[in-house]
Design a protein around this ligand. Structure first.
Ligand SMILES: [Zn+2]
Ligand SMILES: [Zn+2]
Length: 353
């Protein structure tokens, strides 16, 4: 391609272990054929990053010391040999993974559980290298009028869309979403956009207003007057919801989900619990009430594109989810604040500052 590749150092966040990150100079990645170097404009914080920060690793994605962060958008700085669809200067969103497209699961259109799902991390940095497979499958060019911040939400929104889609929820159905973190709120929003009646089960007082803003018709706050299960049963005419999506990731709320769904309804265990945990479920209720239990994890290239078009059409905007901005140098403080207060929805980390 005749381009001269950037050489030298960049600033990046390096995860060393439990609550241990340092902002350091590291080499700018060099490109192999098919790869692309993106200058990161925005990297959004996310609950997964927070877990990674808290635990110091991620079973499937990150072994320290490592670059991390995975919700990003930016501008292509360099393209490796053989890249055809992208050029230097294009604004893009690059997803955090890409399936192989050839294994048993990919051929069954379950690309999210691909045997060889390739993850890419390192959004909290001035530059990030995008591997060939992601360039070819899960990197999308931004229309001119789309903000970097909104585009960077493609990844979590793709997970939320897939979560709803797999339940079969349709216009007029009652969907209960347990949890009001960013993903819980996105599930509320996409269920509302689908034409469902949405019940949001939240924990903290400030989440009540957030859930309403994203379209919840009813908000049930845990710990206020009623048992949350009874309350959901009450507002669904004594039946329970058609669909219940658990977006907390705790065994107790998994159990609630099963108790909040109607006969013949569908439960999606969307929130992943800590490994080794177990739940106890009433076998009679599952069988005689014909309850369908599902779980969804991650996204597929199809839901990535759906999410991107919802964002490009401005149906989902970053201004609703991103509550603040901070330079890369403040990343540790931002994550620590999220841990302590749990109130920020998402913060836009700006590596260039
Ligand atoms: Zn995320
Ligand atoms: Zn595969």
């Amino acid at each position: 391609m005749g381009e001269t590749y950037l050489k030298g150092q960049m600033t990046a966040a390096v995860l060393y272990g439990k609550e241990d990150i340092k902002i350091e100079k590291v080499p700018i990645p060099t490109l192999e054929p098919g790869e692309v170097l993106v200058k990161v404009n925005v990297a959004l914080t996310c609950g997964t990053d927070l877990k990674v920060y808290q635990r110091g690793y991620h079973a499937r994605m990150i072994v320290p010391p490592a670059l991390f962060g995975h919700e990003l958008s930016g501008v292509i700085e360099e393209v490796g040999p053989g890249v055809r669809d992208f050029r230097r200067g294009m604004k893009v969103v690059a997803l955090n993974s890409a399936p192989c497209g050839a294994c048993f699961y990919c051929l069954k259109h379950q690309e999210n559980i691909c045997e060889d799902l390739l993850f890419n991390n390192g959004a909290y940095a001035e530059y990030i290298k995008i591997p060939r497979r992601i360039v070819e499958t899960n990197m999308l060019a931004l229309p001119d009028d789309l903000s970097f911040e909104s585009a960077a939400m493609t990844e979590p929104l793709a997970c939320a869309l897939r979560g709803l889609q797999e339940t079969g929820a349709d216009i007029g159905d009652t969907v209960t979403v347990i949890g009001a973190g960013p993903l819980g709120l996105m599930l509320v929003q996409v269920a509302k956009l689908t034409g469902c009646k949405v019940i949001s089960v939240v924990k903290r007082a400030e989440q009540v207003a957030a859930a309403k803003r994203f379209g919840a018709d009813e908000v049930v706050q845990i710990g206020k007057t009623h048992d949350p299960i009874d309350r959901v049963i009450d507002v669904t005419e004594g039946r329970g919801a058609d669909v219940v999506i658990e977006a907390v990731g705790r065994p107790q709320t998994w159990q609630w989900a099963v108790e909040m769904v109607r006969r013949g309804g569908v439960v999606n265990f969307f929130g992943g619990c800590a490994s080794g945990t177990k739940v106890e479920l009433d076998t009679n209720r599952l069988h005689y009430s014909e309850i369908t239990l599902k779980a969804t994890f991650h996204h597929t290239p199809q839901t990535v594109r759906k999410a991107f078009s919802l964002i490009a059409e401005k149906n989902v905007k970053s201004t609703d989810y991103v509550t603040g901005e901070a330079p890369l140098s403040k990343l540790k403080q931002v994550l620590q604040q999220m841990l302590d207060r749990g109130s920020q929805i998402k913060t836009a980390i700006i590596p260039g500052h």
